[in-house]
Write a protein that binds this ligand. Sequence first.
Ligand code: PLP
Length: 419
Amino acid sequence: DSVLKRDDPEIYAAMTGELGRQRDEIELIASENIVSPAVLAAQGSVLTNKYAEGYPGRRYYGGCEQVDIAERLAIDRAKALFGCDFANVQPHSGSQANQGAFMALVRPGDTVMGLSLAAGGHLTHGAAPNQSGKWFDAVQYGVRREDSLVDFDALSDLAEQHRPKLIIAGGSAYPRIFDFARFREIADNVGAYLMVDMAHFAGLVAGGVHPSPFPHAHIVTTTTHKTLRGPRGGMILTNDEAIAKKVNSAIFPGLQGGPLMHVVAAKAVAFGEALQPSFRAYAQSVKDNAELLASVLLDAGLDIVSGGTDTHVVLVDLRPKGLTGKLAEETLGRANITCNKNGVPFDPEKPTITSGIRLGSPAATTRGFGKAEFAQVGNLIAEVLDGASRHGEENGAAEASVREKVKALCQRFPIYPEL
Ligand code: PLP
């Protein structure tokens, strides 16, 4: 740290500022978390210097003995964590994991089906502006108007009609459990592969509080940095040997060059942490805290998409308070509560405005917030939003009052005291 301060004061200042932000704000972005000092140490290590194209024991560069150990540990721990036979831990991100799965299983022009962005899906599941929507014949399924759950009848009809090669289950703003068995049945009916993108809920699966996509999925992709609480990155899992071979070729040399070995090592560290009994308790708290937050916000007069949550995600529909997602994100941000605006199903507002905010419990749970703190967080959110309902953009009084309470709460649960 002191080296960085001396050699690059500008970056040092930005990093210090970011550490302060993370310390003093309640992080409710559902896709974020707070990694352990051990994960940080692996990621900021000399392993960044090493080229290691290929896989352990089969590299195109010399000097890979130590990074082979790190990658083998990451693979073995991933397999143990998710109870599967194969893991590729090299994807640089969740998007590249998905690209790798596509490259392994389908060809440009093939039909793929994913949950639409508007219903909580991810860009890489066939959205028009994404490569997955441009290079494939992407058909998007949605959710039911009455309960915001996946519309399996419509999904099944669409599958019959379009005969996709690949069906994707998973999303970024879907608060409920995907019925993997039902997805597999529909995929089998039309001879499609089932891919589960568990990026959001991987940590809940690892912690045993969410059903596993196995044995239903042919292939599973994930990020490693959300509920799983590892470094920013991706991973692909399967139990099928033929698919495994194709995945390895797709990631290298298909899509990537040298793996980020410092990140691979940090993945190994995070997986090791997730294998500990304490991670099961963490995952249970993440789920309990999200459920509690949803119920406090419901009581405060907000709508919760699907009526609640089975996961770490709470999707709030702000329309009962007459607010947009944009305004809510901004006013909460000024009160040191960080979240993101998010469309709700059948949202009348544009994606840059939206009628909702997406909240998530993983980061605040990591810093130690339990049910009492999440109840308080729910009330603080309601205080800010009620103020905004009355005063619009001029919500300074509520923002200032809540900001002080947020700072006091954060001080009771410090993060990275050693930094
Ligand atoms: N898949 C899902 C379901 C996601 O929510 C995300 C990220 O938000 C991704 C994939 C992409 O991950 P990354 O941002 O690492 O590319």
